[in-house]
Design a protein around this ligand. Structure first.
Ligand code: ADP
Length: 487
């Protein structure tokens, strides 16, 4: 099916550097495919080091003028960008769904979610207050200024092609930083469309630059940014191994870092929980984007007293999920992003079953073939199975039984990761005990849908550091300068 947009110029297939749309310097290209059909829908530059350098040159040159623009004016540009994103919600939603595979309703929802960060940081831009500190000695004045860090390099994953880039670019521009960005190789079209709208909103030349590269050349582009002392911050969402690599390599120029890495979220259902709410919460948290989100519950722990009742309710809901392409308005679960992703899910399910788990629903690739995997519920899962140790990143619910609160807290925390955790309980004292004992940056309490622009999103342990969204989110793009004056 051809990709038709009401504004065809939103389908951009070139890099965006210094306000110019351009091919890669060495002319190499990269196909973008629709994961539902495995057909090529566009061809974009497969950029290299020279393009990466040109982007930094542009961002660095644009820095002084952009940080000198009054915050109110920067906020107005961001507000226009927000309005344009919302005005083109349908086209952007279609682009997201076609290149990433999520159902169209979710694609539209992601556009609104991405825009909410742009609006939020437009509003925060004018509130980057400093301080006047009471001086400990007489004859002195002590002040604190918040300043933009400088050029920011943003590297994003494929699972939320609009939201991931918006929630990095919006705070950076709000703070007065300029940006070089590399979207994921699977989903570059949405970020290029957003750049087109940013241009239209009045973002000046060089302030936002997008460089597209294949997985093979990602390191070539990003290595230039890592080595360049003019780049003062790396903001990354993606896997923990790549995040660690970025942390190591940016040490040479001691850049500021925000790393939003993988998770292995526990989801705990106690015997005092409202089971219907717990099932609703799990459905919302687990099956958004087909389970391909970093806050997806990955290890489900259900108290033995409610285990069978919970599994029965859940199995009915999961068994009824409609699987199909993004273009089918009834689809609730789209294709996985690529064959590599399906292979990982299949490996996890087979490993679990070989070690004693049972599939109550699904358990194999979906009959549609291609990149589809059947929504699955596994029971009798334990900590030795691959699905308990790594993120499955697919529509698989892996259920463990437990009987004791201390035991389940220990199991939930028994992972190097610490992004999100969820639990359902009706006991107020237990709620506080759990909220404080769980080692994660985000805790859902009787709630499965947590992300919001007003909230600080981010992890601890090997899930990374830094926060996106909320009033804390702007700080990650600013540095603190202390002024001391003798009168
Ligand atoms: P995923 O497994 O979800 O694709 P990755 O961490 O591999 O997560 O990818 C997230 C982003 O990091 C993508 O934009 C990808 O191109 C980029 N990336 C992958 N490998 C490297 C690397 N060695 N250096 C820099 N960026 C990389």
């Amino acid at each position: 099916m051809p990709l038709s947009l009401s504004r065809p110029d939103l389908l951009r297939t070139q890099n965006f550097i210094n306000a110019r749309w351009c091919e890669g310097r060495d002319g190499r290209t990269l196909p973008v495919s629709d994961p539902a059909l495995d057909v090529t829908i566009a061809s974009v530059p497969d950029s290299g080091a020279a393009d990466a350098r040109a982007a930094v040159d542009a961002a660095y040159a644009a820095g002084p003028a952009w940080r000198a623009v009054p915050a109110k004016q920067r906020a107005q540009i961001l507000k226009r960008w927000n309005a344009l994103i919302l005005a083109h919600q349908e086209d952007l939603g279609r682009l997201i769904s076609r290149e990433q595979g999520k159902p169209l309703a979710e694609g539209r929802g992601e556009v609104a979610y991405a825009a909410s960060y742009v609006e939020w940081f437009a509003e925060e831009a004018v509130r980057a207050y400093g301080d006047i500190i009471p001086a400990p000695v007489s004859g002195r004045r002590m002040m604190v200024l918040k300043e933009p860090v400088g050029v920011v390099a943003a590297i994003t994953p494929w699972n939320f092609p609009a939201a991931m880039i918006a929630r990095k670019i919006a705070p950076a521009l709000a703070a007065g930083c300029t940006v070089v960005a590399k979207p994921a190789e699977d989903t570059p079209l949405t970020s290029l469309a957003l750049a087109r709208l940013a241009e239209e909103a009045g973002v000046p030349a060089g302030v936002l630059n997008i460089v597209v590269a294949s997985r093979e050349r990602a390191a070539e582009v990003v290595d230039v940014w890592l080595a360049d002392g003019r780049v003062r911050k790396i903001t990354f969402t993606g896997s923990t191994p790549v995040g660690k690599h970025l942390a190591r390599e940016s040490a040479g120029t001691l850049k500021k870092l925000s790393l939003e890495l993988g998770g292995n979220a526990p989801f705990i259902v106690f015997d005092d929980a409202d089971l219907d709410k717990a099932v609703d919460g799990l459905m919302a948290a687990k099956f958004r984007n087909g389970g391909q989100t970093c806050v997806s519950p990955n290890r489900i722990f259900v108290h033995q007293l409610v285990h069978d009742a919970f599994v029965e309710k859940l199995a009915a809901r999961v068994g009824a999920l409609k699987v199909g392409p993004a273009t089918d308005p009834g689809s609730q679960i789209g294709p996985m992003i690529n064959e590599r992703a399906v292979q990982k899910i299949e490996r996890h399910v087979r490993d679990a079953i070989a070690k004693g788990a049972h599939a109550v629903v699904g358990g194999e690739r979906h009959q549609l073939g291609g990149n589809y995997f059947a929504p699955t519920v596994l029971i009798d899962v334990d900590a030795t199975m691959a699905c308990s140790c790594e993120e499955t990143f697919g529509p698989v619910v892996a259920i463990n039984r437990f009987s004791d609160e201390m035991e389940v807290i220990a199991a939930a925390n028994d992972t190097p990761f610490g992004l999100a955790a969820y639990f359902f309980s009706g006991d107020v004292k237990r709620i506080w005990r759990l909220a404080e004992a769980l080692q994660t940056g985000i805790v859902g309490i009787n709630e499965g849908a947590l992300a919001a622009e007003a909230a600080p999103f981010g992890g601890i342990k090997e899930s990374g550091y830094g926060r996106e969204g909320s009033r804390y989110g702007l700080d990650d793009y600013m540095q603190t300068k202390y002024l001391c004056q003798t009168l």
